[in-house]
Ligand binder design. Structure first.
Ligand code: ZN
Length: 228
């Protein structure tokens, strides 16, 4: 019995060393940052980057913008608290309220998404037109973009299935999608590139969270008289 015990212990030690090494490696790959909204640590990749330069706060969604950086979760609560968090960590008045910051995020998401869709067009990673798009969805395309005024195509079994699977987003009007893709009007298109699709999904979710943050802000204002 006695000789076995040290062996077991040694084995246990080796395992724990390997585990902590693997943990250290994965931490290096995904740097942690503090959210200026909720104050919790999280992977930087799970948050949006803000830059503060010349007393202006901007969202750096493409990455690489100059200025002092901060991170925030794309969640309504975190976005609403972000201006105060920036004021605390940068020790200066951000000169922007939660509503204006949320508006900036919606605009920044729209610009970045337009850039990604143009990139998808240049590289042949997007197909448009109802037939080509529905074929692509059936073939497993990672994302469908449905124009907000495209009621009939939104009712097709393919698009409804893609919505249920989280493979579809509603964004822009038919005319707006068309102008990005160099067409008169586009009701629906499909992205065939996983990376672009993933980034578009994340940006759309961030914009929705920003709109939610704005609605809550308005809700709080209207509740104030009752609280008194
Ligand atoms: Zn947060």
């Amino acid at each position: 019995m006695k000789p076995r015990t040290p062996k077991k212990e040694q084995r246990a030690d080796v395992t724990s060393v390997e585990t902590s090494t693997q943990r250290a490696k994965s931490e290096r790959r995904a740097p942690e940052r503090t959210c200026v909204g909720c104050g919790l640590h999280d992977d930087a990749s799970a948050m949006l980057r803000l830059v503060v330069a010349d007393d202006e706060i901007a969202f750096d969604l493409a990455g690489g913008a100059f200025g002092r950086g901060a991170h925030v979760h794309a969640r309504p609560d975190c976005l609403a608290k972000a201006p105060r968090g920036v004021a605390r960590s940068f020790k200066r008045d951000p000169k922007v309220g939660p509503r204006e910051l949320a508006e900036r995020l919606v605009a920044a998401c729209d610009r970045r998404m337009t850039g990604l869709l143009l990139a998808a067009r240049r590289t042949g990673a997007v197909v448009w037109g109802a037939d080509a798009t529905l074929d692509a969805i059936r073939a497993g395309a990672p994302l469908a973009i449905v124009a907000v005024d495209a009621a009939s195509v939104a009712q097709t079994a393919e698009v409804r299935g893609a919505v249920a699977e989280g493979r579809a987003i509603a964004w822009k009007t038919k005319d707006e999608l068309g102008s990005v893709l160099g067409q008169p009007a586009v009701a629906v298109c499909a992205i065939r590139h996983e990376g672009i699709a993933g980034e578009l999904r994340g940006l759309r979710a961030a914009a929705v969270a920003a709109v939610d943050a704005m609605t809550r802000e308005g809700g709080e204002c209207s509740r104030r008289p009752e609280a008194r």
